[in-house]
Design a protein around this ligand. Structure first.
Ligand code: ZN
Length: 259
């Protein structure tokens, strides 16, 4: 059964010391004011020039630790965030990936180093957020070896078990009201505008009591796979999202990108 009314989970992507500082205070203010417990997707060793928006912030890791203390869930967001592979992902939303298609030994090495880096900064990654949704079965093997069993990805309407992992779907890139299900809203602080954070604040204010967190989801949800009907709905949602991305890509200027 899908929860009615819908529940929401906030996820913030591309967090690293060189991310754009502009929108970050607005996001932490929303998290603090409404006591949200978001997923923080942290890049352990960023080498993606798109995420180098300013000089390295010396307070970044302390801020992440503080948010973790307040109940946020830390997610491993790839290793370097450089998406140079064109392998086939388990969630086919992008042609490029950091992980999908890369050999298992290299993936294990990257994930181990990424986890070690976050732990060295006092963060405990419990979830996986793949850059550009790109990961494969070798990634899952590597994540399991490091004790990570939660994936934030996919377009189903409820959390489920697949490939021995617990998936919490991420289906929204802007706040939107839904009737039933568990919906993760993903925000990118590097590209969020003043309007985007204003829209998020208004949405959270309206639905604050419906925001949940990974810990609560893990406690409440049965660890069961999607039914055949649910998998069909998931497939249609994936097709709709691909079509949406294609339309958006055609409107983007040269050099525009998704992550
Ligand atoms: Zn990313």
């Amino acid at each position: 059964m899908l929860p009615t009314p819908a529940q929401y989970l906030l996820r913030i992507d591309d967090l690293c010391p060189t991310m754009a500082a502009g929108r970050w205070p607005a996001l932490t203010s929303i998290i603090g004011e409404f006591r949200l417990r978001p997923i923080l997707a942290v890049v352990p060793e960023n080498r993606d020039p798109d995420l180098c928006r300013q000089n390295s912030d010396p307070h970044f890791w302390q801020e992440m630790r503080a948010l973790q203390e307040q109940g946020a869930t830390i997610a491993l967001h790839g290793y370097t965030h450089l998406c140079a592979s064109r392998g086939r992902s388990l969630v086919r939303l992008s042609r490029f990936s950091e992980f999908a298609g890369v050999c298992g030994g290299v993936q294990r090495n990257w994930i181990r180093r990424g986890v070690d880096r976050l732990r060295a900064e006092g963060l405990q990654p419990v979830a996986w957020v793949a850059p550009r949704h790109g990961f494969d079965r070798e990634t899952i093997v590597a994540l399991r070896e490091e004790g990570i069993r939660v994936i934030s990805d996919g377009l189903a309407r409820r959390p489920f078990v697949r490939e021995g992992m617990f998936w919490i779907p991420q289906q929204l890139w802007t706040p939107a009201e839904r009737r039933r299900g568990v919906w993760t809203i993903c925000i990118h602080p590097n590209t969020a505008t003043v309007e985007d954070t204003g829209q998020l604040r208004a949405f959270v204010r309206a639905y604050a009591d419906r925001f949940t967190c990974v810990e609560e989801i893990l406690e409440k949800w049965d660890q069961r796979p999607l039914t055949f009907g649910e998998r069909m709905c998931e497939g249609w949602a994936l097709q709709r999202q691909c079509a949406r991305q294609l339309r958006k890509r055609m409107r983007l200027p040269a050099g525009g990108s998704f992550r």
